[in-house]
Ligand binder design. Structure first.
Ligand code: ZN
Length: 244
């Protein structure tokens, strides 16, 4: 069984389609997992939801998903993110909003817990620092946890004494899943923030128990011109070029 793990698509249909093509090219996936924030920032929110529905994707809710449906306030969002949430909400169909509003914050599947932010605060907490990862180990029961939200491919590996080793896996990095507990972020499909503008995602192969990070180039200029035509904020458009 092969699982495609996608996070933070952020309404970037061109990046999403490039990732889906890449998955096909690598032999396809039996299951799709989405770690939240399918919408927000990018120009094609409803189109991204339509693609997710077609894939029959299992997924959790992200802060941008819930903000676009009006389920959480945007008081702690920066002004651009708040604008994006409002703009996105206006472009979603009632069915699209219903789809996002009904996503659970946490899913357990076999050895994995899926959340957007962190196990102890599934929608909001950013897991970037090892001490925060350590504080979250008691908040999920499975051996492994998959997170999104920071838009950075990261692996937190728990040692025997609760010490945490942090790795930043690059394109093609293959991680063997063993006894140790892990918190893994596959990076962001639609708005990477680790300095590499290529779309990021992971494939987990249950047979070999290995998880591989893949980076995929896509037509960033095309997405940027669509965003410009739609009047989206300049900084949101520019950052796609740099992956920040
Ligand atoms: Zn996000």
């Amino acid at each position: 069984m092969r699982y495609a793990i996608l996070a933070d698509i952020h309404a970037n249909l061109a990046a999403f389609e490039a990732v889906l093509d890449d998955i096909e090219r690598r032999g396809g996936a039996d299951r799709f997992w989405n770690l939240g924030d399918a919408v927000g920032y990018g120009p094609d929110p409803q189109e991204c939801l339509d693609r997710l529905l077609k894939l029959d994707c299992t997924g959790v809710a992200g802060n941008h998903d819930l903000a676009a449906t009006g389920k959480i306030p945007t008081l702690d969002f920066n002004p651009e993110a708040a604008f994006a949430a409002q703009w996105t909400g206006q472009r979603l169909s009632p069915e699209g909003k219903g789809y996002l509003a009904n996503k659970p914050p946490v899913i357990e599947s076999g050895d994995f817990t899926l959340v957007h932010g962190s196990p102890r605060d599934p929608v909001r907490e950013y897991l970037v620092e090892p001490e925060h990862a350590r504080a979250n180990l008691d908040h999920f029961k499975t051996r492994y946890c998959l997170v999104g939200h920071s838009h950075r491919p990261l692996v937190f590996e728990a040692g025997e004494k609760g010490d945490i080793r942090l790795k930043e896996p690059g394109d093609g990095s293959r991680l063997k899943l063993g006894e140790r507990r892990l918190i893994i972020n596959p990076g962001s499909v639609g708005q990477p923030r680790d300095g590499d503008p290529r779309a990021s995602y992971a494939i987990y192969d249950a047979e070999s128990r290995s998880l591989t990070i893949h980076r995929v180039p896509y037509d960033i200029g095309l997405v940027q011109s669509r965003m410009t035509a739609l009047g989206l904020p300049g900084r949101m458009i520019a950052r796609l070029s740099y992956g920040v």
